[in-house]
Design a protein around this ligand. Sequence first.
Ligand code: NAI
Ligand code: MG
Length: 498
Amino acid sequence: MPVNTAIQSYQMYIGGEWVDSESHETFDSINPYTGEVWATFPSAGAGDVDHAVRVARKAFEGPWRQMVASERSRILRQIAEAIGQHAEHLATIETRDNGKLIREMLGQVKYLMNYYHYFAGAADKIHGEVIPVDKPTMLNYTLREPVGVVGAIVPWNSPLLLLSWKLAPALAAGCTMVVKPAEQTSASTLEFCRLVIDRVELPRGVFNVVTGFGERTGSALAGHPGIDKLAFTGSSETGKAVAKLAADNHTRVTLELGGKSPNIVFADAHLDNAVNGVIKGIFAATGQTCIAGSRLLVHRDIAEPLLTRLVERASRIKLGDPQKMETEMGPVAFKEQLDKIKFYCRKGEEEGAKLILGGRSPEREDLKQGYFFEPTIFDHVSPSMKIAQDEIFGPVLAVIPFSTQEEAIELANDTIFGLGAGIWTQNLQTAHTVAKALRAGTVWINNYRVVSFASPFGGYKASGYGRESGLEAIDEYTQVKSIWVELANKVDDPFILS
Ligand code: NAI
Ligand code: MG
């Protein structure tokens, strides 16, 4: 529980209790706007993770397993309501921890409620089928059962949202969970336990939080034999590593990984809308979203007017204190991430791309202490450059021109990733032909960065596998049992030929 001093010292949440790590080691969290430590968290080791997994297993085998589905629905609705009551506090904490804008966070946390309501509605509609098999004397039916104990590993860019994408369907399906939030942003998950989980009728041990670093705590969780399913969001490299750890125990895995998503603007696009869509795609959340529209593929005929407008709008983006409602872009979440963005901007210039906006941290005195970076646009980017291929995860747009629809499709698909894509055109055939040809899990036509609890979300290629949100998410947390019933009164001797 947070202690009310200048620096908050948090404990972990295991089995409904607030605990330190066995070793009593802790680590710090920094406010990216002030550059100062504001909270500390227990650094969980393998023993702590083992304890949490055992507690989650016990809850799964015990009260949670026995509970009827409509009761789980009721609890999910309680969670939704409790989030609503504390939305402002949860949003403030997340803004302090990762520098995301308060105005985005307020909307996001309030919207979180919908995930719990949606999956509350789904919980008592998870059922098997009676299958008309080709064996005339036999009845065959299926049961959809919870997979069991879920290990969740969540990144720092949208901690509560990405947790809820996993927790709401997992609880609906009847699973229990141990989550490890990112080391940079563990506070909101623990505040969620304190304000929400502690106050609803969730049996102890159904939801548990271990805090710590990826290499230590995260890998202990991913490789724990007591985990039935691992749900991971983060970088493609780490995704690969955790899937390998999980493979040792035959643990099922879903991965929601990185992206290098294209925003494709055709010559007939509604330009004002396209400008807004491209700006929101790359500069919202300071570019730190998996679906950032980090590549602008633009038809040569409109490249100049589009870029003029983009530069004009992007240069007016108000950088500042993320807790203020008027701020349009906050800091990058932590120093290593800022260094990474700077590295890519240097690479872009070395490789011959033309920097037409930003490319550096702002000089303003009031922003010096924070991890700020200016909205950045590189023109004349060629597809082989690093800034066209790698996920930068910052406010850096790479502009690549095209001449034909075929070329646009080829360029759009020409990265290892396949998470999102935007298409801007007023032509119906172009829109749907290109949408079908793109190898991406989500395609937006004449908008960008829209998600819903009701629509499946996930990646193609190196952007991962499995789907979150929508009814598809339930499949990821259930498994099917096939049950055969002989209805005839006689079972033949197996060795007599008929
Ligand atoms: P990461 O993928 O390493 O971290 C995400 C989560 O995985 C964190 O909770 C972390 O503690 C955990 N983790 C890290 N190493 C682990 C390991 N060996 N075993 C188990 N868990 C582990 O991402 P990171 O280092 O925070 O950011 C690096 C880059 O990844 C970013 O610059 C960005 O490009 C990308 N990224 C993409 C995200 C997305 O949503 N697509 C989210 C976060 C990062
Ligand atoms: Mg990492």
